[in-house]
Ligand binder design. Structure first.
Ligand SMILES: Cc1cc2nc3c(=O)[nH]c(=O)nc-3n(C[C@H](O)[C@H](O)[C@H](O)COP(=O)(O)OP(=O)(O)OC[C@H]3O[C@@H](n4cnc5c(N)ncnc54)[C@H](O)[C@@H]3O)c2cc1C
Length: 346
């Protein structure tokens, strides 16, 4: 395991919201969530909170939400579809006049991302993995295979298989091996706020503005994704964004958020897959047979990490996926320029 920064100061994982949901449209994403959430729930250290996920939409997205809901149900996900009056009755503190439909998945929830990261690290070390505080600066290839890596310290590591899971940096590492990945860093803010009013326990809520609100400690963790954010390694926090975009969106959805205190905010980077917002997983058959990528998670990489780890292990050791067939998440769709998109809100 080669990691230049063991404090993970710029990594996406420790700054994630920690949301884990089965609310996707693609069967692969739903199955990965099912596998991963069961795995994560069984892990006492990660502070799993099973408080549910609630997606609410206006009439423009109602059809898609309903059709996604049918797919989720067909795969065994527990979901409740709610019309506006049911939403208003269940969450009387939420503004609902602009909503048409909602879906609640009560068995979804959130956890502490840093505990997941540290837990995986410790377990890997306990099982014999060696961690090197170093940076990959070159990838050596011979024919269709990667033979090893060169590190910033000058060390050369020989390898039978290499997994490139370097998040926003994965594309630049792949490029060293001649593989182009459509993955860019996309800044995303997270804000921790406290409000004067006391609201009943709530699920994680995602609304038509792509606003996300979930309880955290005495307050709430909130964020609003902006897909047109300029790409690049920008970790600066823009205080104006909270004031002019996020706060009004919060107050508009839940009036109790009109009186709030912003306690902390930070910026992290999505490893955004520009092709279709989904992960790129696996090798490049025939060209780089033993160089595996796992990146492009576009905001849902934490919740899928256990399934991705399992899938890669199967691919490398057995030469095929066994638990979940993730072939459609492979590099072939990049080469074919054939997006495999989530439908509706993600
Ligand atoms: C604000 C925010 C909120 C999010 N919320 C959620 C959420 O609620 N649920 C969810 O599932 N996902 C969420 N995500 C997405 C999730 O955090 C990521 O998909 C996931 O953490 C990616 O993990 P990773 O290990 O691939 O990348 P990272 O955690 O970014 O790790 C990549 C590592 O590669 C290392 N590296 C860089 N260059 C090199 C090199 N040359 N050689 C070796 N190593 C290198 C870096 O130092 C870094 O530690 C969120 C992301 C952000 C930014």
């Amino acid at each position: 395991m080669i990691e230049p920064d063991p404090t993970y100061a710029k990594a996406a994982t420790p700054v994630a919201t920690g949301g884990c949901r089965r609310l996707f449209s693609l069967p692969e994403n739903i199955r990965m969530s099912q596998y991963s959430i069961e795995f994560l729930k069984a892990w006492p250290d990660v502070q799993w909170r099973e408080r549910g996920y609630l997606f609410v939409v206006g009439k423009d997205h109602a059809e898609v939400l309903e059709s996604n809901c049918r797919t989720q149900e067909s795969l065994g996900v527990k979901v409740e579809l709610m019309d506006r009056s049911r939403i208003a009755g269940k969450y009387p503190w939420m503004r609902t006049d602009d909503l048409a439909l909602g879906v609640l998945s009560p068995e979804d929830g959130w956890l502490d991302p840093n505990s997941v990261l540290q837990g995986f690290r410790k377990k890997a070390q306990a099982l014999g993995a060696r961690f090197m505080a170093d940076r990959v600066v070159d990838v050596h290839t011979e024919g269709n295979a990667v033979t090893g890596l060169e590190l910033a310290s000058g060390t050369r590591v020989r390898a039978n298989a290499v997994i490139n899971a370097a998040g926003c940096w994965a594309a630049s590492i792949a490029k060293l091996a001649g593989m182009e990945l459509p993955v860019n860093p996309m800044r995303r803010f997270e804000h921790y706020v406290e409000i004067a009013a006391e609201l009943p326990p709530m699920p994680l809520i995602k609304d038509p503005e792509r606003l996300v609100i979930r309880p955290e400690g005495k307050g709430y963790s909130v964020g609003l994704v902006r897909s047109d954010e300029p790409r690049g390694f920008n970790f600066d926090v823009d205080p104006a964004y909270f004031e002019s975009v996020v706060w009004p969106a919060c107050a508009s959805r839940i009036p109790a958020f009109e009186a709030l205190k912003l306690k902390r905010e930070w910026a992290g980077l999505y490893d955004e897959c520009e092709l279709d917002g989904n992960m790129i997983l696996g090798n490049w058959p025939g060209r780089l047979d033993n160089f595996y990528v796992a990146c492009g998670f576009s905001g849902h990489g934490l919740m899928h990490a256990p399934a991705v780890g399992r899938a890669l292990a199967e691919l490398i050791v057995k030469g095929r996926y066994e638990t979940i067939d993730l072939s459609r998440m492979g590099y072939a769709r990049v080469l074919d320029n054939a997006p495999y998109r989530e439908r509706g809100i993600v």
